[in-house]
Design a binder for this molecule. Structure first.
Ligand code: NAD
Ligand code: UGA
Length: 458
């Protein structure tokens, strides 16, 4: 079946970039991206491309090419759904904050609400695509809701997204693989092939895996769990490096050169952040417990425990180092959870700031991309009193560093690497400290300038 009209529900970090790339590669398909957040849609429609709600290298160029040609950002959700022959659900699936599974299970209220709207407004048959990351067997629930509309036939397929923020566009252009999970029936296969034909415009056929729907849903969670597990593994080793004189970057290089292990995702850090790793592992742990797989659940829970432990260990290092300083002021450089994104969800900086404030340490925050409002929202969400006089924001690194006793590098922004640290030294208090939570700085040079420097796992 040739798809002519797509509606994507959810104009976020996944919906926006994914649909922009499909629009670019398939100019004959009309794509409407809808969202209940009107402000976000206005931002996507903004003439000033610096105002797009998602910052991703390469994204604004694509938006300027396809927007209002075959890609449209709209708020009339119901009409766009009804006009579509394929509907993507790319809404958020955060961890539940109340009810059964609180703090662990994925909250499916947004997905279920999409399914109810699709059921309510559809007058023609549709293929419904799970783009959001979902617990295994969610398609069952979605089908139940959709089937309340008896006049229309729906096929639900799973097509999880693997893009990483900061490299979303290149990931979408050159995906390692595309998963499409569907029902093993004639209608199921037609639906799977319709989506496959779209991807085949730029993804080699051998990279498009057609799976059963449950394998597709579960593979997404497992991929994230395994990536996060590698980071926790290397972070756990960073502790023993600090005790023994081994160097974590050398160990990672040595281990990663074994082609069976590989070099990716072995960079020791202050701890992984982002909206998905923690939430998806918690979701996996919840499901394992649901099926009484306690040992397996404990195993994966360990990945999250090590991650929190790593951020706490880093915080402790700062607190201990400042013990003999009269001026207990630290600049936090980097609020985004990684470089090249304006996203700060679950960023280690949030947890670090919370701990430091509890120890009466004065904080100067600087990030080149994350707004002050977003920082405040993150802290409020973690129960931090933002009227705390210990908390300050700066629009330039120089101003932040002025009269700081130390700086903690929390995001690996290139600009931090490229600073003229020699001149920044002069702005800081005596014996300035650097805590490099990303191991991006040249330790020998900085020591030469007079800094005391702590790097992870060194
Ligand atoms: P997001 O919060 O950036 O965007 C989701 C959007 O959906 C929001 O703008 C919200 O307003 C909108 N929405 C919610 N309910 C709606 C409804 N009923 N109707 C219309 N709009 C609605 O989330 P995201 O980061 O894009 O993630 C979306 C999903 O993709 C999640 O399941 C996530 O786990 C998964 N995922 C995310 C990434 C990533 O890098 N962010 C990568 C792969 C997969
Ligand atoms: C991650 C996955 O990489 C994507 O494949 C997936 O689609 C996405 O989650 C999702 O489902 O949301 P993302 O969170 O955007 O993507 O970014 P990553 O590059 O995976 O980084 C996650 C965190 O781990 C960041 O805080 C990063 O700094 C940290 N990290 C990464 C390390 O500390 N060390 C590493 O070696 C790699």
């Amino acid at each position: 079946m040739k798809i002519k009209n797509i509606c994507c529900i959810g104009a976020g970090y996944v919906g926006g970039p994914t649909m922009a790339v499909i629009a670019l590669k398939c100019p004959e398909i009309k794509i409407n991206i809808v969202d209940i957040n009107e402000k976000k849609i206005d931002q996507w429609n903004s003439k000033n491309l610096d105002k797009l709600p998602v910052f991703e290298p390469g994204l604004s160029e694509i938006i300027s090419e396809v927007r209002d040609k075959n890609l449209f950002f709209r708020t009339d959700v119901e009409e766009c759904i009804d006009n579509a022959d394929m509907v993507f659900m790319a809404v958020n699936t955060p961890t539940k904050t109340e009810g059964e599974g609180k703090g662990m299970a994925a909250d499916l209220k947004y997905i279920e609400s999409c399914a109810r709207t699709i059921a309510k407004v559809s007058k023609t048959d549709k293929i419904v695509v799970e783009k959001s990351t979902l617990p295994v067997r969610t398609a069952e629930k979605i089908i139940d809701i959709l089937n309340e509309n008896e006049n229309v036939s729906f096929q639900v397929i799973s097509n999880p997204e693997f893009l990483a923020e900061g490299t979303a566009i290149q990931d979408l252009f050159k995906s390692d693989r595309v998963l499409i999970g569907g029902e093993k029936s004639k209608e199921g296969e037609i639906a799977v092939n319709s989506l496959s034909e779209i991807y085949e415009r730029w993804i080699p056929k051998n990279k498009i895996l057609k799976l059963n729907i449950w394998s597709s849903e579960l593979s997404k969670l497992v991929s994230n769990a395994m990536l996060a597990q590698r980071i926790s593994s290397i972070n756990s080793i960073s502790s023993i490096c600090e005790k023994t004189g081994a160097d974590i970057d050398e160990v990672a290089l040595a281990v990663g050169m074994d082609s069976r292990i590989g070099p990716s995702f072995l960079k020791a850090s202050i701890g992984f952040g982002g909206s998905c790793f923690k939430k998806d592992i918690l979701n996996l742990v919840y499901m394992l417990k649901y099926y009484n797989l306690e040992k397996e659940a404990n195993y994966w829970e360990g990945v999250i425990d090590i991650n929190s432990h790593q951020t706490e260990r880093f915080s402790r290092k700062i607190i201990e180092s400042l013990a003999n300083y009269k001026n207990k002021t630290i600049s936090i450089f980097g609020w985004a959870f990684k470089k090249d994104t304006n996203d700060s969800r679950e960023s280690a900086s949030i947890y670090l700031t919370k701990i430091l404030l509890e120890h009466d340490i004065k904080i100067h925050i600087y990030d080149p991309m994350v707004s002050k409002q977003r920082v405040l929202d993150d802290l409020i969400q973690q129960g931090v009193n933002i009227n705390n006089s210990l908390l300050n924001f700066f629009n330039s690194p120089d101003d932040a560093l002025r009269s700081s006793s130390g700086v903690a590098i929390c995001t690996e922004w290139d600009e931090f690497k490229e600073y003229d640290w020699k001149s920044l030294y002069r702005l800081m208090n005596n014996n300035p400290l650097i805590f490099d939570g990303r191991n991006i700085l040249n330790v020998d040079k900085l020591k030469e300038y007079g800094f005391n420097i702590y790097s992870i796992g060194k």
